[in-house]
Design a protein around this ligand. Sequence first.
Ligand code: BG6
Ligand code: BG6
Ligand code: GLC
Ligand code: GLC
Length: 926
Amino acid sequence: MFAVHLLSFYFSKLQEDQIKKVDRYLYAMRLSDDQLADISARFRQEMEKGLSNESNATAAVKMLPTHVYSTPDGSEKGEFLALDLGGSKFKVLQVKVSEDRKGKVQMESETFPIPEEFLNGRGTELFEHVAESLKSFLRKHHINHTRKALGFTFSFPCAQSKIDEGVLLSWSKNFKARGVQGNNVVQLLRKAIQKVGDVDVDVLAMVNDTVGAMMTCGYDDQNCEVGVIIGTGTNACYIEEMRHIDLVEGDEGRMCINTEWGAFGDDGVLDDFITSFDREIDAASINPGKQLFEKMVSGMYMGELVRLILLKMAKKGLLFRGQVSDALRTKGTFQTKHICLIEQYKGGLENTKEILEDLGLNPSEDDCIAVQHVCTIVSFRSANLVAAALAAILTRIRENKKLKTLRTTVGVDGTVYRTHPQYPKRLHKVVRHLVPDCHVRFVLSESGSAKGAAMVTAVAQRLASQRKEIDDTLAAFALSPTQLQEVKAKMRVELERGLKKDSHPTASVKMLPTYVYRTPDGTERGKYLALDLGGTNFRVLVVKIRTGMRNSVRMYNKIYAIPLEIMQGTGEEYNMFTIIILYKLRNCISDFLDYMGMKNTRLPLGFTFSFPCNQTGIDKGDLVCWTKGFKATECEGYDVVDMLREAIKRRNEFDLDIVAIVNDTVGTMMTCAYEDPKCQIGLIAGTGSNVCYMEEMKNIEFVEGDEGQMCVNTEWGGFGANDNIEDIRTRYDREVDGGSLNPGKQRFEKMTSGMYLGEIVRRILIDLTKHGLLFRGRITERLKTKGIFETKFLSQIESDRLALLQVRSILQHLGLDSTCDDSIIVKEVCGAVSRRAAQLCGAGMAAVVDKIRENRGLDNLEITVGVDGTLYKLHPHFSTILKDTVRELAPNCKVDFILSEDGSGKGAALITAVAQQHYTDKQEPH
Ligand code: BG6
Ligand code: BG6
Ligand code: GLC
Ligand code: GLC
């Protein structure tokens, strides 16, 4: 009995000695709780570094956005193909996800070997091999009937700016194919698939294996928000708050981040934990200096670590009585799978003996115990390190959620975790020990990452089909160069028709004479009163012009808002003018004259009236029809100047000498021509849209006289009234037209001006919302409100300087509760609508300048356009697109655009001055 005890004591003493010996030798690999807490804290810092804009570029831990926003919610369904490349096995799979969440996921898979030469050869060949394998899988399983969506698990660090794009940052593990780094692997895959032919698939999503694992587990456990791989390589992903991810715009919701923790330590932060064995491994690897954490942890390196340790110990006489075999000297002869066998509970020692003997060694019992312990230290260190990094992630999630205790699930995959007999247990234990406030459920990703990749693909497919709907909707707003040429040609026809006597009365582009015969020449002088009615603002001005000196105009003005009841009033007794005079003008003008110290002075008045008027003289013009937001009764068909005089007379308080009535385009042209004599065109791109230009008298058939020129107010806003641009009008244009104050009229204006662009946008948004593509499918009262998108908002939304968040806040300010995704779509819609508007104006302008060029019999024309209007002034892209279009469509004209800084009041005063001169010239005998 005593002898048995003695023997067992002797044996455990012997075992203890061996263990102590190894412990002593490998003390640097045995990590204490404090050290693990320290490593965990360092990893937390590395995560923050990777997430932040300032430090991401130099961060070792890259924290890559994955563009995976949620874990599976059960809405995913369909049949998908999956490729799983980068782990120990390359697999092609088919995944069928049934409608009913309970109805399980069916999977078929096949593993294809990747010959060594592809790992190190040309990237194109590697991807062609992948595509060939896919092709043979499809054939074997008779799959290629309908086009299939494919999810690509690619287990390497990739920069993703969207779900179906991934630029390989660097190879890791045992891959090193040429020409892939820095390229979009999805594109490489697509190309390869195309090259091998006969494979009808859409590569819709690319995911890292960690993401695949997390999503696979997330299908069964909605709490799964972390994915970990401990296999050939090691890595983790987790769900982060969007507001912490600087690299991606937007702050709401969450996104999965691929940490690429394998690179932890690449910047030296783990140097004090890196042993000489780790350095040796690193030096002999295909990526020295890279993936240092991975090299201490993962399956590709652990076996080799053990071999190096054993070799060194043997050489030092600490093992195998100092004996070393050739096999032990050879790289790769001892693998992680051997560690798994050696560490088995039962039979571990026997396995050790066998394995060592296979290596040509002759191990003693002591040696086997010692070797077993070496394996334990190496694999335990791996589990410790993973636990430390994982603890950092869990703590971050807990703090993100502001929770005292976190309950969460971690999905895990990888051969080390799957096959090492003690690894999972140790890992779980250390994690629980390090973060007692996180209750973690570890789930093995039984079916690999393909199932998860299929879930991501399902979401991508849904988004892609939504994207297509949006693209299809907006495609109607994209005009081809040919279409723009056609618009130009049609506009030209209408300009001519408007000028011809017989077609003038019925022309859609009215070509109204203005009785302005020339632009200012600098001889104008005097003090004038000007009214400016019909744009966004109603203004009253006093304009003083000193003779002979350009730039010597002084202006004083005040802006007044016009209430809706006046714009659209149905006054029986008083027409709109009466009301304006009664309520506004009287006060404003006397106010103004008082302020100017000019009471009782009777100033000549120029009236900018921005509506179509049939003029028979400079101070005579019948309102043809209201446009834009005006519809006051009893005005159409009446002389505007008469109405204004009449209204003033009624009050009998002051007298005004109305000398000229001026369209705003004409006022603008005159304002600009005062600065630049080449200005012979006036353009308004504001609430409304219109152009005037200097035409040859002989071409204006319905006005007597053939000499000289006269400015023609084209009223091009009416273009399209004869159905000649129906091919480019969309249903939204028709809806906006139908809901306007003047249905069927001003069709071109309704596609090009500020008052309507916002409305078109709103109609499109309603439609997209109805289809569930925006605002979570909810059409709010606010969205139903006409006119919410004023030009200024449209312009703000489209500004390139605005971040998405600011766009969202504008929309929210407008009462539209939008997400960041919504904001992107709204911005796109605005862009499509405003772009078309600018192009159409450009096409119209090209017709005008070419006409002027031909009028003058010139090969080339140099001309300036004076422009005003809030759309032109405020919109970030309108003017550029307009100019580009004119350049493309009228290549023989060099057209300059100058902005009318002072509005059209100055021009109206100049016209008044010219008219007065004209009048005086006629009165005074020469
Ligand atoms: C598999 C996954 O189960 O595990 C792969 O499907 C992953 O996507 C792999 O890369 C990781 O483990 P290993 O050991 O094969 O590298
Ligand atoms: C102003 C002019 O600057 O621009 C007005 O003075 C003109 O006469 C107006 O009608 C056009 O722009 P909007 O955007 O105000 O319609
Ligand atoms: C390597 C890769 C990483 C992958 C991991 C596990 O670390 O860089 O992307 O997730 O291996 O396969
Ligand atoms: C409308 C008016 C036109 C005006 C334009 C710009 O189109 O009909 O006269 O010039 O708006 O304000």
